[in-house]
Ligand binder design. Structure first.
Ligand SMILES: Cc1ncc(COP(=O)(O)O)c(C=O)c1O
Length: 311
């Protein structure tokens, strides 16, 4: 036996990643490579649409022309695993997409993976909101067969995403130029001190949750910050006021709130997916990123309280 003085195998302990211009570019790059004959793609029935941005999840599916169906999610946006199982049993599936909404792990990820694999389908984790988050200590994106990330949603960058490949049976090379990342964004991704970004987001989440959790008519979407979550935003449900009016007032006051998702894509109908529509009608996502200061948290809480009172 000889012993080399240095390691020689570049594939050892390596994460296979293809850096792209966005999360949707990463998903499109994956869909272009999944075998065409395996069946449909199963998607969670909580996917948004905006006039300006389209749908980050659905546009790649429509663009690739792949058949698809939607599985129910509950009022907590967690997957209805029995519905996933029923859809897998009903027709062949190529893939099941699992979305880690707002940076919190889908609790049934492992179970969905087992079900999908038993039916010959792969699992794709959508980590667009979830860089640095974990489930039982494992980074989100390391469990599924593939994972899609969006860099610009977590740090100051105009664009950027990546596709993580956790299996090697389908060869997926670098994306075509139209889907590729800008070198400056790639440099920012690598230069970011991600653990500190995560810590700041968690601290801001806790600070803002303490401030808004007592506002009448506002309910924290998560009663407690889920373990392992690196929050993308602080989601609340507006229970006693018109959410669009609250959103408008806060925007007018210079407070950068969003509503993920105020509008669902048309195939996700209110009749078939009432729980998803109930969330969509009430959700408001408050910024808790690493640049928000304690004074900013105060302003957000005051602004929300005032908007709910008067909307
Ligand atoms: C859950 C989810 N996945 C994927 C995407 C797509 O990400 P990107 O905006 O980087 O294309 C978005 C946002 O549009 C999203 O909210």
């Amino acid at each position: 036996v000889t012993v080399d003085k240095d390691p020689r195998d570049p594939t050892r302990f390596r994460r296979e990643r293809r850096f792209t211009a966005s999360g949707r570019a990463a998903f499109a790059h994956l869909l272009a490579h999944l075998p065409r004959d395996r069946g449909r793609v199963l998607l969670p029935a909580y996917i948004g649409l905006s006039p300006r941005e389209g749908s980050g999840v659905y546009d790649p599916v429509v663009g690739a022309g792949v058949p698809h169906a939607f599985y129910r999610v509950g009022p907590d946006l967690c997957a209805d695993v029995a519905h996933v199982a029923a859809l897998l049993a009903e027709a062949p599936a190529a893939a099941v997409l699992v979305i880690h909404y707002f940076g919190a792990a889908e609790p049934a990820l492992t179970r969905i993976g087992e079900l999908a694999h038993a039916h010959g389908a792969v699992v794709v984790e959508d980590c667009a909101h979830a860089i640095g988050a974990t489930a039982d200590g494992t980074p989100l994106g390391d469990v599924g067969d593939y994972a899609v990330f969006a860099i610009h949603k977590l740090i100051a960058a105009p664009t950027g995403g990546f596709l993580q490949l956790n299996r090697a049976d389908v060869a997926i090379g670098e994306p075509p130029p139209a889907l590729a990342i800008e070198p400056e964004v790639l440099a920012r991704f690598h230069a970011t001190r991600w653990p500190e970004v995560a810590a700041a987001r968690i601290a801001n989440y806790r600070g803002l949750a303490a401030r808004v959790g007592t506002i009448p008519g506002v309910r924290l979407f998560w009663p407690e910050l889920p373990v392992g979550c690196v929050p993308h935003t602080l989601p609340v449900l507006i229970e006693r006021a018109d959410r669009f009016a609250v959103y408008g007032r806060m925007r007018d006051a210079g407070l950068g709130v969003v509503a993920l998702y105020h509008t669902l894509i048309p195939p996700i109908t209110a009749g078939a997916f009432p729980d998803a529509h109930a969330v969509s009608a009430r959700i408001l996502n408050l910024p808790i990123h690493h640049e928000v200061t304690p004074g900013g948290l105060d302003r957000l809480a005051e602004g929300l309280a005032g908007a709910v009172r008067t909307a």
